[in-house]
Design a protein. Structure first.
Length: 264
């Protein structure tokens, strides 16, 4: 008959087991410690209903920015209000990429209003239309018939604006959509300034004011914009690239001078 272990013997035996690496007690029944517990049964989800036909696409409403421009332009009762309306207009992304808002230069009471295309790099920096080499040539051209943008005398003054108030990236030509967006503002600009003669310079101005192209064919031919006499001319940038065309520009300037004298 085996004798029972006393407390000291049991403790010594337990320490010996631990020293040998035995850390788990042996139960009467074997234990599978790698056994996975069975998952509870899942309730099958109800099948999604099958549509009878194709799912219709939701139409996202698009803003008619030309209509918005017409509304804003019509609500401007002064040149100052028109400038504010144009600056608040968000229809064109050109606004985000331009440095300056270029509205006009010269005397708003002038008898002659020049409409250019859009700001270039120098106009964008200075916030004025027709600066740099093209602007200097423009000033020289009209000074030859006694007109300039700096004089307070309306009889001998010039008033200058552009179709676009913001510079297109890389001085590219504006798109038809961009021209259409800003044309209502331009027409309202002409109504508010009320000049005697309008000078569209270049094809972009022709598109906006006359819905036509071909400045080489149309220059020097009088037409009408909003019931006012208009004479298309070469843009000064074109004349810098093609100096031989300055003789046609000189003929146009003499026509303008004669028209102003006839209307005096």
């Amino acid at each position: 008959m085996e004798s029972a272990l006393d407390w000291h013997q049991a403790k010594a035996l337990l320490e010996w087991y631990v020293e040998l690496g035995v850390t788990d007690a042996v139960a009467e029944a074997p234990i599978d410690r790698y056994e996975l517990k069975p998952e509870p049964p899942r309730t099958p989800a109800a099948p999604a209903p099958v549509p009878e036909g194709p799912t219709p696409l939701r139409e996202v409403p698009r803003t008619d920015w030309v209509a918005v421009a017409k509304e804003h332009a019509a609500g401007a009762g002064s040149l100052e209000a028109l400038a504010e309306a144009m600056q608040a207009y968000d229809g064109s992304p050109l606004k985000k990429g331009a440095r300056s808002f270029v509205f006009s230069d010269g005397n708003p009471a002038a008898r002659v209003m020049i409409v250019g295309e859009g700001p270039g790099a120098e106009e964008d920096r200075e916030g004025k239309p027709f600066v740099g080499p093209a602007g200097r040539l423009l000033d020289q051209m009209f000074a030859a018939i006694g007109l300039n943008r700096a004089t307070p005398d309306a009889q001998n003054a010039l008033y200058i604006t552009n179709v676009l108030p913001y510079r297109p990236p890389g001085n590219r030509n504006p798109t038809p959509e961009e021209i259409a967006m800003f044309t209502p503002f331009l027409l309202r600009h002409i109504e508010l300034a009320d000049p005697d003669i309008i000078i569209p310079m270049g094809n972009i101005a022709l598109t906006a004011l006359l819905d036509r192209q071909g400045i080489t064919k149309l220059r020097g031919t009088w037409t009408e914009v909003l019931g006012k006499p208009a004479l298309p001319m070469f843009h000064p940038s074109y004349l810098l690239r093609n100096p031989i065309s300055k003789r046609e520009a000189w003929a146009d300037l003499l026509d303008i001078q004669a028209k102003l004298r006839a209307k005096t």
